[in-house]
Design a protein around this ligand. Structure first.
Ligand SMILES: [Zn+2]
Length: 315
């Protein structure tokens, strides 16, 4: 039996475990007892009945007490295991069976099970969101309404992930990027602004049905970009220029805005649907590769890349 003094030192040591470590331990345990198949006992308020058990007791003579542990080691994450009261009593009453090493194994196996279950769930959710998106793409590939695509990207900001080279970002739609006259008119409103660490991308969208090239050959084996493509290119550059010129004011209005070297992104057209000769295709590639601060990506490239991601996640 613990002497009153032992109980005091145990409870004092318990308090010495940082609350953050306890929180992490409960999180890694998914609020379950580390014993496999142990069904959680719930309190009336729905909180699971769990205890923090020491692997090596903090009191001399307690279960699995190890004199070689420093107080810091005793109160470390490595020395605790989350158990239900029944299993807590069981392991403390039978330290010769439930040795420190055995408890570490039980705990780490539980952590591993929780981790695996969570990552499977996350993979499933991510890939099912992307799969939904691909389904929408398959069905609305021929939709020519810009509002439709505007709404789709607002609802599924992850659709831009490949256009933004896989960097994490936050997306805002219909952003003012400066350029208003003194009468508060004529401002530049961008479709989407993607803020990632240290920089922004300015995203302009057209539709998949927007033509990329002018129908008629320009001359010899050369094709000109369509009016829409040429227009949106200049517009994206104009937005970029406007953002850079108005950055001090905009940054003042939008704390956290960082735009070291803003990149313009245009999502336009569908190479899978637009009929293009070899010459036409070369003209398009030459045109879009000539911009330094601007990336032109087609809808089928964007969704084709997402399809690859879904296939990878599925494996
Ligand atoms: Zn249990």
């Amino acid at each position: 039996m613990d002497s009153p003094n032992d109980r005091f030192s145990a409870s004092r040591s318990r308090r010495a475990i940082p609350a953050s470590l306890i929180k992490i331990a409960f999180g890694r345990s998914a609020n379950r007892c580390a014993f496999p198949e142990c069904s959680p006992v719930m309190l009336d308020n729905g909180v699971p009945l769990l205890e923090i058990a020491f692997i090596s007791s903090v009191s001399a003579g307690g279960p699995r007490y190890s004199p070689s542990l420093t107080p810091a080691e005793q109160n470390s994450a490595g020395n605790i295991i989350i158990l239900c009261p029944t299993h807590h009593r069981l392991v403390d009453a039978n330290p010769e069976i439930f040795t420190a090493e055995e408890l570490v194994n039980i705990r780490d196996a539980h952590y591993e099970r929780v981790h695996r279950a969570l990552s499977t769930e996350q993979k499933r959710t991510t890939s099912s969101r992307l799969a939904d998106l691909l389904e929408i793409w398959a069905q609305s590939r021929e939709t020519g309404s810009e509002e439709y695509w505007q709404r789709l990207f607002s609802d599924h900001p992850e659709a831009f992930s490949l256009a933004l080279e896989g960097r994490a970002y936050t997306l805002s739609s219909k952003c003012y990027v400066g350029g208003k006259s003194i009468g508060n008119t004529g401002g530049n409103v961008l479709d989407f602004l993607a803020q990632h660490s240290g920089n922004v991308a300015l995203v302009e969208i057209k539709t998949p049905t927007t033509k990329l090239l002018a129908t008629q050959k320009y001359r010899g084996n050369v094709y000109a970009p369509s009016r829409e493509l040429a227009g949106s290119t200049v517009q994206a550059l104009e937005y970029r220029h406007s953002l850079i010129s108005n950055l001090p004011t905009l940054a003042f209005q939008t704390p956290g805005l960082r735009a070291t070297q803003p990149m313009g992104v245009i999502i336009i057209g569908d190479l899978g649907q637009e009929e293009m000769s070899e010459d036409g295709r070369r003209s398009f590639e030459l045109y879009r590769s000539s911009f330094r601060d601007l990336k032109i990506m087609t809808y089928d490239e964007l969704f084709g890349g997402l399809q690859m991601l879904v296939d990878i996640l599925r494996d």
